[in-house]
Design a protein around this ligand. Structure first.
Ligand code: IPM
Ligand code: MG
Length: 364
């Protein structure tokens, strides 16, 4: 029997609630597919600050390094908002990305037909949208040196550095080509090469790499133009590859184009490690109320099945069960619309698990 070791970092706010539900889905996967997951929990974010004085304690990092994959909830909350940047829960997130060298962040954004009205765009514009933003995650302004606020001749100056080596660009671009090859074979590379040298290098590397992937169509867009095209013609995008800062912004935009943040999963991949987490944050305002949407975390777990464990049948089953559950009209409050059936976090998961059983019987 295959055993997969999963580090479970529930984090803050709604993180513990949604991750617990994703674990129930994974237990159903064990039952149906005859695999075994070994879950081990670790502290991260605000809870880790409270208990260990560090948003990413060493023991958590060790746990992640000896696991086959990491499933994370969310970090942060008002309680820790006044701490300096270095000590904030978000720092735990930035450090774990760097320490595990998770350089490629995949953020799929697709329209779920039953939720098409949740998009702020007209249904005829957004119908059929299905894209993945591949965001570089360990470089750029987020980590570049020098950084800080300094004083020059009695005036304060804030500095961050946009920096990429060609190898850092190449490895994420390759990952994006590989993703595109398994999808609709279109890659949009996003930069600001009309202004930035870093972007000129980015574009050169994409051009070099495209020779290795002749079956993939490549387009280059400036980031401002991309932001515009994404709302004008979202269905034209398949895979988007871009730097850390641009990707942070564009992946939020892609998320809102397709509707609810509560539905968006993500995978952060390196060569040795992988981490899966919902795109949404810790939503402290609804934490503990049992109403959070568990689907983004469940879909993140589903990405883990596919990318880390090669269990694509199991991953397909989870995704189909989510789709069926939405078709049946079950909604958590964040995606509720009139005429649908409102349920909480646990009940939504119950419905999804029931549908996993039913769909398994249908194909069997
Ligand atoms: C994200 C978030 C993070 C980022 C923050 C919380 C540090 O916005 O994952 O997109 O900027 O990367
Ligand atoms: Mg962001």
């Amino acid at each position: 029997m295959r055993v997969f070791r999963v580090a479970v970092l529930k984090g803050d706010g709604i993180g513990p609630e949604t991750v617990s539900e994703a674990l129930r889905v994974l237990k159903k996967v064990e039952e149906i597919f005859g695999v075994t997951f070994h879950f081990e929990e670790g502290l991260i974010g605000g809870e880790a600050i409270d208990k260990k004085g560090d948003p990413l304690p060493d023991e958590t990092l060790d746990l992640c390094k000896r696991s086959d994959a990491v499933l994370l909830g969310a970090v942060g909350g008002p309680k820790w908002d006044d701490l300096p940047t270095e000590k904030r829960p978000e720092k735990g997130l930035l450090r774990i990305r760097k320490e595990l060298d998770l350089y490629a962040n995949l953020r799929p954004a697709k329209v779920w037909e039953p939720l098409i009205d949740a998009s702020p765009l007209k249904p005829e514009v957004v119908k059929g949208t299905d894209m993945v933003v591949v965001r570089e995650l360990t470089g750029d302004l987020y980590y570049g040196e020098p950084r800080g606020v300094f004083e020059e001749k009695g005036v304060r100056v804030g500095i961050n550095t946009m920096r990429y080596t060609e190898e850092e660009i190449r490895r994420v671009v390759r990952k994006a080509f590989e993703v595109a090859r398994r999808r609709r074979r279109k890659l949009t590379s996003v930069d600001k090469s009309n202004v930035l040298e870093v972007s000129r290098l980015w574009r050169e590397v994409v051009e070099e790499e495209r020779k290795n992937f002749p079956e993939v169509e490549v387009e280059h867009l400036y980031v401002d133009n991309c932001a515009m095209q994404m709302v004008r013609r979202p269905t034209d995008f398949d895979v988007i590859v871009t730097s850390n800062m641009f990707g942070d912004i564009l992946s939020d935009e892609a998320g809102v184009v397709v509707g609810s943040l509560g539905m968006l999963p993500s995978a952060s991949l390196g060569d040795k490690h992988a981490l899966y987490e919902p795109v949404h944050g810790s939503a402290p305002d609804i934490a503990g109320k049992g109403i959070a949407n568990p689907i983004a975390t469940i879909l993140s777990a589903s990405m883990m099945l596919r990318f880390s464990f090669g269990l694509s049948e199991a991953s397909d089953l989870v995704e189909k069960a989510v789709e069926r559950t939405l078709e049946e009209g079950w909604r958590t409050p964040d995606i509720y619309s009139e005429g649908c059936k409102k349920v909480g976090t646990k009940e939504m998961t119950d419905r999804i698990i029931e549908n996993m059983e039913r769909l398994r019987d249908e194909v069997a």
